[in-house]
Design a protein around this ligand. Structure first.
Ligand code: F6R
Length: 244
């Protein structure tokens, strides 16, 4: 695990975007795994800036980590809508090369298998971008799930639901289930790039880097991956014991 500690969120995002740019320069037809949530927004802004300066995503394929169940792709809180508005609408990626699990698929189990199969058919993910949940989740792999899961249906933890509720109107139903790439799917990515910022992530960051490898803190599994880069700000790194 390579760990970078930057001064603030903007610097974290700038470095993450530089590493994604390097990946695409190295392999223009890269398969990227992408995340949603607050953390990657600044990374996507930096990538949009790079696109304005000439960087092309024409040959890139993307697979997102997850999608809420019961929400269609045109709902403003769907992760499909998030990706369109925060990234895809602003770069030259081909929409048919972008993939997000379908939250309306019935049965969801078939959609999960279809999703894993299509990742494999493309040759696997070259670089997976991850955020980190306050409870240590990656994707929506909540604590105490098996590491052996491929893409699967999950019930969201109360802490995750409450963290996500800020995006929903007061009278709106906050989804309680999602389809997520499993830990097994994530661990198959050739490279992993995780970003975490703010003091609310400090405890999960400490467990991920310095704790025991255990499903109790899903991100701790990343200690077993050969090629992980973690980019933190000072606050997220504040509980680490060792100097990095
Ligand atoms: C999002 C995802 C989640 C988030 C995590 C952190 O696709 O899979 O694991 O990365 O919940 O969310 P933020 O960045 O909003 O703190």
């Amino acid at each position: 695990m390579i760990i970078y500690i930057k001064d603030n969120y903007n610097e974290v995002c700038a470095l993450a975007a530089d590493l994604i740019e390097l990946q695409i320069k190295h392999k223009p037809s890269s398969i990227l795994g992408l995340a949603t949530g607050a953390s990657p927004v600044g990374v996507y802004d930096a990538l949009i800036e790079k696109h304005k300066q000439g960087m092309s995503f024409k040959h890139v394929t993307t697979f997102n980590l997850d999608e809420y169940v019961g929400i269609s792709g045109d709902h403003k809180n769907s992760y499909k809508y998030f990706m369109q508005t925060n990234l895809f609408d602003h770069i030259d990626i081909h929409y048919d090369k972008t993939h997000i699990p379908c939250g309306m698929a019935i049965p969801a189990k078939e959609e999960c298998k279809r999703y894993d199969d299509s990742i494999s058919a493309k040759g696997g993910i070259d670089l997976q971008l991850l955020g980190l949940g306050q409870n240590g989740h990656i994707g929506f792999n909540e604590p105490n799930l098996e590491f052996a899961n491929g893409t699967h249906l999950v019930a969201l933890d109360d802490s995750t639901k409450s963290a996500n509720s800020k995006y929903f109107a007061v009278d709106e139903h906050v989804p309680s289930q999602a389809i997520t790439m499993g830990i097994k799917t994530i661990m198959k990515a050739k490279k992993i790039l995780l970003i975490a910022t703010g003091s609310s992530k400090a405890e999960a960051v400490k467990g991920m880097i310095e704790g025991n490898i255990s499903p109790k803190l899903p991100a701790s599994v990343l200690q077993l991956h050969q090629d992980v880069v973690v980019i933190l700000d000072q606050e997220a790194a504040s509980q680490l014991k060792s100097k990095y």
